[in-house]
Design a binder for this molecule. Structure first.
Ligand code: RNT
Ligand code: ZN
Length: 420
């Protein structure tokens, strides 16, 4: 370990001790909180279907053409491994159904099988990570109409029901094989660009589709279902079938997880404010950490006040057992491994800051109605030396610290991705 890093840590540790925080204990907690890293940052949400995912249909759009994108499963695995080596602590890999190991065969979405994911399971075992899963209801000819599970076209609807059923079966298989529950997220692009009249009809159809999909019960030790809402998307600006209210009602009623993607709300609406309102009622929450910028919901997360507030809400509520933290963003305009690492490290830093908070002091101010002191202490905490704790954590986990990791990405770019 770098002695300067160790010295800085010792000084910082004393400052936190003064407020009753044991930094060694905090770090031992941090390293066991799994972060589910999405695979789709590595290839701009392309996947490995033999015909290649079609870009129209479904409102998913990764912009940018930075060179070096992973072109096949081996390259993607290599890149994920590199990104993982720059992200300290426990990780899971978040897969999408289009990332199956199809070995060049044309396998339609309603035909995918557990065996298409067995090489991922072997890979995950080697890396000692869990796997989460997502059904893929976009970038497909049958998603072009703008409706999938809520389609009035019975043929289209049946196709997608089959797909999601298969995905649940695969998730159950993954969780059973890895002995780590696989969180399976369902996001659908359904909606319309302009004023829609049969709003209720589509929502009733979606409810019916979900009810059918969930008739099969899988053990929670193997898999858990999550439902992801959205305010609007590209091509669904005026109407989104799976809105916040729709899925929230469904998840509470059917005891499912709700997915909060931090880029899926009104610009002034914040996820940090929603968590404590849901904890008393919900089975669990899957977080998709992203960063909304204007119309785009998928910029690379950075260490914002809101990201810290989200983690603080979880820690203050002692709700880590109810919250599953995942990343979801895609930027093809910068080095893709760099993007992954920036986002994941921001998530971890925000968690660290939350874990380092002397909440008991804030609460005592609050309870004695000393509200200036509460606000003042929150401000004081902003200049506490968490960076020294973070760099020490990276060093002790054998992961490059903040002064080193960028060079690691540049080296990998020079040696690997620039040659593609
Ligand atoms: C889309 C949702 C969804 C996707 C991924 C690729 O707005 O956020 O989670 O980003 O499934
Ligand atoms: Zn998402």
């Amino acid at each position: 370990m770098n002695t300067k890093i160790k010295e800085a840590y010792e000084l910082a540790r004393k400052q936190y001790t003064k407020y009753g925080i044991d930094t060694d204990y905090v770090l031992s907690k941090l390293k066991d909180i799994p972060i589910s890293i999405h695979c789709w940052q590595g290839d701009d949400v392309g996947g490995f279907e033999s015909h290649g995912a079609i870009l129209s249909g479904g409102g998913i759009l990764s912009t940018g053409s930075y060179p070096g994108k992973a072109r096949n499963i081996d390259e993607l695995r290599l890149d994920i491994k590199k990104a993982f080596s720059l992200i300290p602590g426990k990780k899971k890999l978040n897969l999408h159904a289009i990332y199956g190991d199809f070995k060049g065969k044309a396998v339609n979405r309603n035909e995918i099988l557990p065996e298409h994911f067995s090489s991922w399971i072997d890979w995950a075992k080697k890396l000692n990570v869990g796997i989460d899963f997502n059904s893929t209801l976009f970038s497909h000819p049958l998603a072009i109409s703008g409706y999938t599970l809520s389609s009035k076209d019975e043929k289209v609807r049946r196709f997608w029901i089959e797909h999601v059923k298969k995905c649940r079966e695969i998730s159950n298989y993954i969780g059973r094989e890895l002995k780590i529950p696989c969180i399976m997220n369902i996001w659908i692009p359904d909606g319309s660009k302009d004023l829609t009249v049969s709003r209720l009809e589509h929502r009733e159809i979606l409810r019916k589709s979900l009810d059918e999909i969930f008739t099969v019960d899988y053990p929670e030790d193997n898999m858990l279902d999550a439902l992801e809402c959205k305010l609007f998307g590209i091509g669904s600006e005026s109407y989104v079938v799976g809105s916040h209210e729709f899925y929230l009602s469904y998840a509470v009623k059917k005891d499912k997880l709700i997915t909060f993607d931090t880029g899926h709300y009104h610009p002034t609406e914040i996820v940090s404010d929603k968590l404590s309102a849901l904890f008393p009622f919900i089975r669990g929450i899957l977080l998709h950490i992203s960063r909304g910028v204007r119309w785009d919901s998928d910029h690379v997360p950075i260490l914002t006040e809101e990201l810290i507030a989200i983690m603080a809400e979880i820690i203050r509520a002692d709700a880590l057992s109810k919250v599953y933290i995942a990343t979801d963003f895609f930027d093809g305009s910068i080095n893709r491994i760099g993007a992954w690492v920036i986002g994941a490290r921001a998530v971890l830093k925000s968690l660290l800051i939350a874990l380092l908070e002397p909440t008991h002091i804030l609460k005592s101010y609050e309870e004695s109605d000393n509200l200036f002191a509460r606000l003042g202490f929150l401000e004081t905490l902003k200049s506490m030396p968490f960076g020294a704790i973070w760099n020490y954590y990276c060093d002790s986990m054998g992961v490059p610290n903040d002064m080193e990791w960028i060079d690691e990405v540049l080296k990998y770019e020079k040696e690997v991705t620039s040659k593609r």
